[in-house]
Design a protein around this ligand. Structure first.
Ligand code: ZN
Length: 129
């Protein structure tokens, strides 16, 4: 059994098609208001391993039990990838991931096997920022 201690943080990647951008914006506004998280930039097309438009939400391990169930109930039909950050992005995305709604094919090429996880720097309104 792998010890969960090496999980430094999590990402939730909120995917959207062109027709889902408004839903994605609505979800982002609710996350921004309600959670102390780090919201990433909008990407309206594929980027890195991600096969369609998305934005990233970085959060701390102690927030998993509140944010992930909330996303389960409020994702507005959007596909969400939740993955841990353990220092092995390849495995974090391809082996350790949790998907809400559907499993999308990720592009494995370019995902490193070693990378020091970035600290979560909250920038949401819910963090008082
Ligand atoms: Zn990520």
């Amino acid at each position: 059994m792998t010890d969960p201690a090496p999980i430094a943080s999590y990402h939730a990647h909120i995917y959207y098609s062109a027709g889902q951008r408004a839903a994605a914006a609505g979800l982002r506004a609710r996350i921004d208001a309600g959670f102390e998280v780090q919201l990433g930039r909008w990407h309206d097309g594929p980027v890195g391993p991600h096969p369609r438009g998305m934005y990233q939400v970085a959060f701390r391990p102690d927030q998993f039990a509140t944010l992930v169930p909330w996303l389960m109930l409020n994702r507005a039909g959007l596909v969400v990838l939740v993955h841990p950050n353990t220092g092995d992005p390849y495995r974090d995305h391809l082996t350790h991931a949790l998907w809400l709604g559907a499993v999308l094919p990720l592009t494995a090429a370019g995902l490193p096997r070693h990378e020091v996880p970035s600290p979560v720097v909250p920038n949401s309104a819910g963090s008082g920022g």
